[in-house]
Design a protein around this ligand. Structure first.
Ligand code: NAD
Ligand code: UFG
Length: 338
């Protein structure tokens, strides 16, 4: 299949591109590099030994996306092209709604124009909101999101679901990611956040490589075993494998299906730091600080549906996640900026 990766130069998109190519599919990447680098595209080609077609374009630009679909006979779209920083979304809600909703509408309009029938969407565990018990199951009610980023995911899920209801030919797969970490085992592609990282693992690895002095652990008075928050961390390569399964499933399905992509096992912030130290051999200085606004004490996935329907399970261990994150960070201390 020829898969259009909107936002395919980013962290999850680049790893998915590698796994799609290795599974024998072809990819076309569209990215405006607002949060990524063309260097990632070169490295996808280097890892896979396959040429990668990439367009620098804004996915909100309908003419550009239409032209790309005209030039390439696309079988499936994966929509990664979102702004994703939770705190920034609180400060810049309009930018987040504009980018995330507009990219989705533009992709759907162009798919309709060019007869593309399958779309896989990067959603998030954040759509389960603040009120559901864990582990989260796909059938739970969505909503009560704690920030505009979360609401964009909620709204985009709704838009896609409505589009599939109205068009019996359309196949929509909503993938709700838990907490992706890790990198390709080669260390050639990985997570390269701009500025100060918001997320735990890039922060930890930047402390280890000497770019930051210490990690602040946000809160140690949560009702969890060691008082720090627990999350369902998943290796980005397992997540990428989930996308290969989802694309293949989308091609044989109609309507909307939702899948959690997580491991089903939570780890605390302190457990992550200790696992990272064990696997890198580098101490990571940390201090306990106040809770971060909007953080939930803990949540994790029930990933049974993905196993039963897609035949997918996350197989890589926490040690592999830490080892691969460190391998990427130490080979690329400044990310793709090197
Ligand atoms: P990322 O920022 O590394 O990748 C997103 C890519 O989209 C970037 O390359 C960026 O340049 C591009 N992009 C953004 N807006 C664009 C536009 N208008 N036109 C063209 N390109 C555009 O993020 P990621 O971690 O790879 O996440 C991918 C998707 O998964 C996002 O939608 C994100 O919200 C979602 N997600 C991520 C996580 C996570 O923890 N990383 C968790 C849940 C969901
Ligand atoms: N944390 C720290 N210090 C830091 C960064 C994070 O202690 O410097 C803690 C957080 O408090 C949280 C845990 O590490 O307990 C994980 O935090 P992340 O920011 O890495 O991830 P979140 O669980 O907050 O958010 C992630 C994605 C969101 C997504 C959400 C739910 O970043 O996009 O999962 O899926 F919405």
């Amino acid at each position: 299949m020829l898969v259009l990766l909107a936002g395919g130069a980013g962290y999850i998109g680049s790893h998915t591109a590698v796994q799609l190519l290795d599974a024998g599919h072809d990819v076309v990447i569209v990215d405006n590099y607002s949060n990524s680098s063309p260097e990632a595209v070169k490295r996808i080609a280097e890892i896979t030994g396959r040429p990668v077609r990439a367009y620098e374009a804004d996915v909100k630009d309908r003419d550009a996306v239409s032209r790309i679909m005209q030039e390439n006979s696309i079988d499936c779209v994966i929509h990664f092209a979102g702004l994703k920083a939770v705190g920034e979304s609180v400060r810049k809600p309009i930018e987040y709604y504009r980018n995330n909703i507009d990219t989705t509408l533009t992709l759907l309009e162009c798919m309709n124009e060019h007869g593309v029938r399958n779309i896989v969407f990067s959603s998030s565990a954040t759509v389960y909101g603040e009120e559901n018990p864990y582990p989260y199951i796909e059938t739970m009610r969505r909503g009560s999101c704690s920030n505009p980023y979360g609401w964009t995911k909620y709204m985009m899920e709704q838009i896609l679901e409505d589009a599939a209801k109205a068009d019996p030919e359309l196949s929509v797969v909503l993938l709700r990611y838990f907490n992706p970490i890790g990198a390709h085992a080669s260390g050639r592609i990985g997570e390269d956040p701009q500025g100060i990282p918001n997320n735990l693992m890039p922060y930890v690895s930047q402390v280890a490589v000497g770019r930051r002095d210490h990690l602040t652990v946000f809160g140690n008075d949560y009702p969890t075993p060691d008082g720090t928050c627990r999350r369902d961390y998943i290796h980005v390569m397992d997540l990428a494998d989930g996308h290969v399964k989802a694309v293949e499933f989308a091609a044989r399905n109609k309507g909307t299906e939702v899948f959690n992509l997580g491991t089903g096992t939570p780890y605390s912030v302190v457990e992550i730091v200790e696992a990272f130290e064990r696997n890198s051999g580098v101490p990571v200085k940390y201090e306990f600080g106040p809770r971060r606004d909007g953080d939930l004490a803990e949540f994790w996935a029930n990933a049974d549906k993905a196993r039963e329907v897609l035949g997918w399970t996350a197989s890589r261990t926490l040690d592999e996640m830490c080892r691969d994150s460190w391998n990427w960070q130490k080979q690329n201390p400044e990310g793709y900026g090197n």
